[in-house]
Design a protein around this ligand. Structure first.
Ligand code: PMP
Length: 417
C-alpha cells in the first residue's frame, strides 16, 4: 500500500461529516461534481449558525450601537460589546479595550501604519517586514516610509520559505521602529517564529505587529504570551462575515496613538476650535461600524472555540501532511513553501501549465483552488515564478478531497503533456 493511503487512517479528533453538515454551501455540486472547497486561505465558508445569527439579529434585534438610549439600541450596544469581550477571550487579550473592530486585516494594518507612523516614525527610521508578506503588510509601510523618509528593510527567506533569523538579527538596530510580519504566510503556509521575532524586536526597542489573517482560523493565539504590540485578524477567514475584523493593540501603546479615521463616535468633545478624542478603542472606531457582521463574528468565535483550536490545528496538520504526500508523488509538480512549520496551505507550480489553466481545469471537477500571485508578488519573485496554484484546507475538508485534488491535477497535466 502506498504510504499516502496509510495516512487516511488518521482519525480526526471530531466528526468531520457532522461539521460539514453545519456548512450549507459545502453540499452543492459544481459542474455536476461535489464541491471540493480548497480556497480557505482566501475566505472560509460560514456555518449555518453564523448565517442565522446575522439574519435573526437583523430581523429582531437590529439597532445602532453606542448612540441610542432606547431599548433596541442599548441591547445592540451590549451585544456588540459582548463580541468585543469574546474576541479578547479568543486571543487572551488582557482587556477588551485592546480590541478595535475594523473592516479586516487590511484596515487594521493601515490604521497602525498611519497612526503609529504619524506619531512615532521619523526620517531615517527603519521598518522591517519579511519577503513573504501579503501586499496588505507591505504597501502601507512603503507609503509610510515614502511620507516620512524612513527605510523599509526586508527579512530574507531560505529556499523552504523560512525567515532567515540570522539576517533578521542583523537588520535590527536602534533605528528600527516597527517589525511587521505575518504569523502564517498566505502564499506559502510558513508559520513564523513570532515569539522570538517579537523578543528580538523589543530588545532593539521596536514595536511589533503580527498579521494574523491566516493564523487566527487555525491556531490558538495568546497575544500576552507572544507579547506583540499589535495583532490583526479578518472575520471572513475565520468562518465569520466579510467586512469585519480587527486589531488587538496593547493598551499603553494604543493610548499614545492619534486617530486614523475621524468623525462621529471617536470623540470626547467637539467645539469648532478643537476636538478632544475618546480613549481607545472608540478613538479608532469612527462612524457606524459593521454592526450585523460583528454579531456574526461573535457567533463564529463561539463556533471555533466549541470545536477547539487545538483539535482544529491537529486535524489540519494531518490534512497538510496528507496533501503534501499526494501532491509530491505527482511528476512535474513542485511544492513551493516547504517550511518545517506550516499551516494547511499547499502552493505548487507545474512547469507545463499556468496556474490559471490549472484552476480552470480543476473547476471542471468541482474543485475550488486559487491561482495567481496571492497578493504576495515579492514572494513569487523570490521563488522565480509569477504565480502558483494554491490549495488551502480547513477542518471541514476531508482526506478524500485531497485525493480528488491530486487526481484532477494529474488529469490536467496529462491534457497539457
Ligand atoms: N494578510 C494576509 C496574510 C492575508 O492572507 C490577507 C488576505 N488574503 C490579508 C492580509 C488581507 O486580509 P483582508 O483582505 O481580510 O483585509
Amino acid at each position: 500500500m502506498p504510504e499516502s493511503d496509510t495516512l487516511t487512517t488518521v482519525k480526526p479528533p471530531f466528526d468531520v461529516d457532522k461539521i460539514r453538515a453545519d456548512f450549507p454551501v459545502l453540499s452543492q455540486k459544481v459542474h455536476g461534481k461535489p464541491l471540493v472547497y480548497l480556497d480557505n486561505a482566501a475566505t472560509t465558508q460560514k456555518p449555518r449558525r453564523v448565517i442565522e445569527k446575522v439574519r435573526q439579529f437583523d430581523s429582531e434585534e437590529y439597532g445602532t450601537v453606542r448612540r441610542g438610549s432606547y431599548k433596541l439600541s442599548e441591547h445592540a450596544t451590549q451585544m456588540f460589546e459582548d463580541v468585543r469581550q469574546k474576541v479578547a477571550g479568543l486571543f487572551n487579550a488582557a482587556d477588551k479595550k485592546e480590541i478595535i473592530f475594523t473592516s479586516g486585516t487590511t484596515q487594521a494594518i493601515n490604521l497602525v501604519a498611519y497612526s503609529f507612523g504619524k506619531a512615532f516614525v521619523k526620517e531615517g527610521d527603519e521598518i522591517i517586514i519579511s519577503n513573504i508578506e501579503h501586499h496588505a503588510n507591505t504597501v502601507p509601510w512603503q507609503v509610510l516610509c515614502e511620507d516620512k523618509g524612513a527605510h523599509l528593510k526586508v527579512i530574507p527567506v531560505n529556499d523552504r520559505g523560512e525567515l532567515i533569523m540570522e539576517e533578521y538579527k542583523k537588520l535590527l538596530s536602534s533605528k528600527t521602529r516597527m517589525v511587521s510580519v505575518n504569523h502564517v504566510s498566505n502564499a506559502l503556509g510558513t508559520v513564523n517564529p513570532i515569539k522570538e521575532i517579537t523578543r528580538l524586536a523589543h530588545e532593539a526597542g521596536a514595536k511589533v505587529l503580527i498579521d494574523g489573517a491566516q493564523s487566527t482560523p487555525h491556531l490558538k493565539i495568546d497575544v500576552q504570551d507572544i507579547d506583540c504590540d499589535f495583532y490583526t485578524f479578518s472575520g471572513h477567514k475565520m468562518y465569520g462575515p466579510s467586512g469585519v475584523g480587527g486589531l488587538y493593540g496593547k493598551y499603553d501603546v494604543l493610548k499614545e496613538m492619534p486617530p486614523y479615521v475621524t468623525g462621529g463616535d471617536m470623540i470626547r468633545q467637539v467645539t469648532i476650535e478643537k476636538t478632544l478624542y475618546a480613549d481607545p478603542p472608540a478613538r479608532f472606531e469612527a462612524g457606524t461600524p459593521a454592526i450585523s457582521q460583528v454579531m456574526g463574528l461573535g457567533e463564529a468565535v463561539d463556533y471555533i472555540q466549541e470545536i477547539g483550536l487545538d483539535k482544529i490545528a491537529e486535524y489540519e496538520h494531518a490534512l497538510l501532511e496528507y496533501g503534501t504526500r499526494v501532491l509530491s508523488e505527482i511528476d512535474g509538480l513542485n511544492i513551493i513553501g516547504t517550511a518545517a512549520h506550516k499551516a494547511s496551505i499547499l502552493s505548487f507550480h507545474i512547469d507545463v501549465i499556468h496556474p490559471h489553466d490549472v484552476v480552470t481545469l480543476l473547476d471542471q471537477d468541482g474543485i475550488a483552488v486559487r491561482g495567481g500571485h496571492h497578493c504576495a508578488q515579492p514572494t513569487m519573485q523570490r521563488f522565480g515564478v509569477s504565480a502558483t496554484t494554491r490549495a488551502s484546507a480547513s477542518f471541514y475538508n476531508k482526506f478524500e478531497e485531497l485525493d480528488a485534488l491530486a487526481a484532477s491535477v494529474r488529469r490536467a497535466i496529462k491534457l497539457f503533456s
